[in-house]
Each structure stands twice: as structure tokens, then as C-alpha cells.
Write a protein that binds this ligand. Structure first.
Ligand SMILES: [Zn+2]
Length: 160
């Protein structure tokens, strides 16, 4: 079971790399946090927000899903989670609610990467100047999004 709270669960750190926010990925950086979790485990919502949509994590592997939520201006995405039945767009869901089951993403990469749930928190546009300096964040020009440290979001350290 994955419960993200102020007490952060273990972050993946294996032969395939580190799952920390802004960890190096070749020329890019990692835009989320990878919370260690074996495939098939329950994933619980870490902070109350509204269900927005589900999507494909990869264009070439439709079985891997993400679940997106809205929290004011923030978008929160949980990747490699098979969505539970009957998620209703716009419905407010409460912290601790079951949202789906973790998927076998390690098997997909087959490079020693351990199964995990990748969580991203972002807003459209370049909003870096509204985020306190001590909170890690980065702007992606191509996606036109500002990503913030999900741990800071879950600790409620962010404005808005
Ligand atoms: Zn990741």
C-alpha cells in the first residue's frame, strides 16, 4: 500500500538511477518522485483534490496509466497506477481514498529498475517567481510547465 504523507515513503534508488526530484536523466532531469512500491499494491490519494482524467504514461505502451487530479491551480499525476473503477471527472476525492493499483513498471524497463509510483506536481506556465527559493522547482519550456518537489506539495509548503 502506498500512503504518501508528511512522512515520506521510501524513494527508489537502484541500478537504473535515483527516483528523487530533479535527479539527472542524461540531458534531462527527473520531474517527479518515484515512491517504491511493488506491483499490485493499493495506491491511496495523498492529498484531497478533484479527479481530472486518466491517461497513458507512454505512447508505445498503452497498458501503463497515469491518474491526474486538480488541486486549485496544481496538477497532480500518479504514474504507473491502474485506475480503480468509477472515477468521476470533477469529483472531490479525500486524502486516503483508494485510487488504483500499482503497475509492474520495472518489468517494462527490465534494466534493474524497481517497481514504483512516479508522482508529478506542476502548474502550466513559468511560475517560478511565485515559489519560495527553498522549494525545489524547475520550468520546462517545451511543456510550458513548472514542476515542483512533490514532497513539498504533500507537506503543504507551497503557496496556493
Ligand atoms: Zn520517475
Amino acid at each position: 500500500m502506498l500512503v504518501i504523507s508528511r512522512q515520506q515513503p521510501p524513494v527508489r534508488n537502484d541500478i537504473a538511477g535515483s527516483g528523487e526530484f530533479l535527479a539527472q536523466r542524461g540531458l534531462r532531469v527527473h520531474y517527479g518522485i518515484d515512491y517504491q512500491l511493488a506491483a499490485g499494491e493499493a495506491v491511496l490519494l495523498a492529498r484531497t483534490c478533484a479527479f481530472s482524467k486518466t491517461g497513458q504514461a507512454y505512447s508505445h505502451a498503452p497498458e501503463f496509466r497515469y491518474i491526474e487530479f486538480r488541486d486549485g491551480a496544481w496538477f497532480v499525476r500518479y504514474f504507473y497506477v491502474e485506475p480503480r473503477e468509477a472515477l468521476m471527472v470533477g469529483d472531490t476525492m479525500i486524502e486516503g481514498e483508494f485510487i488504483g493499483k500499482s503497475q509492474a513498471v520495472g518489468q517494462h524497463y527490465a534494466n534493474g529498475m524497481q517497481d514504483h509510483v512516479h508522482v508529478e506536481v506542476f502548474q502550466p506556465g513559468d511560475i517560478g517567481d511565485t515559489i519560495p527559493d527553498e522549494i525545489k522547482h524547475t520550468f520546462d519550456l517545451k511543456k510550458n510547465r513548472t514542476y515542483v518537489d512533490p514532497a513539498a506539495y504533500f507537506r503543504s509548503d507551497l503557496p496556493g
